[in-house]
Write a protein that binds this ligand. Sequence first.
Ligand code: HEM
Length: 356
Amino acid sequence: MENFYTKQPQYYGDYLGLEQILSAQRPESEARGVDAHDEMLFIIIHQAYELWFKQIMHELNSILAIFKNETINDNSASLQTVTHRLGRIVEIWKVLIEQVRILETMRPMDFLDFRDLLTPASGFQSYQFRLLETKLGLKMEQRHQQEYYQQQLRCEHLQQIQQQEVELSLFELLDKWLSRLPFWQIEPYWSDQNTKVAESIENLHPFWQEYRTIYKNSLRGAEITEISLADFDALFFDNSENRSTRLSAAACQSAMFITIYRELPLLQQPFELLNRLLEIDELMATWRYRHWIMVRRMIGLRAGTGGSTGAGYLKGAVENHHIFKDLSRLATYLMPRTVIPPLPEKLANKLIFNNL
Ligand code: HEM
């Protein structure tokens, strides 16, 4: 029987399936005898994007599988694996943003040589891109011009996206994970907390009573009218159905705790994880913005081949398709280290590597 070491040697091109890949560039212009040199670049760049989308999906699927476990053992490699793979996704997005420059060596007149031949195909119909957004946590109701999706996507692709929406996204799994972190529940850790509470609010954990008071006193000048304490309360304590933020109050509290005390050894990995999600959101927004600017330069105010308003639609997507914006909102409520309440000793000791 063949095993890992005795199997037949592989040939480079066969192993990589190069015959299929390299015969998959079929410019329409060539088939129709039209002279359009740049169509090859247009096809290859889209294919390169789709391959990278596939790799991102591969990483994302493995991350979702880890997060779907009821508990994530902080002493196992799981959290580290998630953070590492999110880091790989970050690096891929950086490359995807850079690639726009290669496409921009094609000038608008070069694009016009073949543009009409591809109508109504458009990157809008990239179902891998849509699945990727959905797996991260973008919902149909959040999407800019949702009706357009019904018209432009092939039925089976739309169904695939709808099916994916039924499953838990990374955003939802992150919410569950953050919500079950036990920072507040373990009473003995907080028993020696020396709070300097100015105003006592019913049912609020002493930590939050103190934090809220310090925060209120930290607001200066225009912030006093611009930033309402009601928003602070809504973000961290509102558990009602009318909650304005997608991330739950419990998850916001944990994410804030991790961010504030991120230097404690056991919080470093969770902090990195949150940071990479923010980075992915930022890089995707940067890609959307970069693509929008490139499109404006390439087709001006013309409609897209996919039938949208073109640059107008893309601008709306840049503004509306952030996925982890709730995490970035937390920065509004951070304060300098000098005024952050120190953690009770018992709790701080639980958050260091102390089993050596
Ligand atoms: C000449 C180059 C390009 C032009 C003029 C262009 C134009 C457009 C336009 C106008 C749209 C809006 C939908 C429509 O009506 O078609 C769109 C969407 C999109 N395009 Fe491109 N595109 C170009 C290259 C690319 C490349 C290389 C990719 C890589 C995969 C890409 C991916 C996408 C995606 C994913 C969307 C949907 C964006 C969203 O909904 O946020 N495009 N494109």
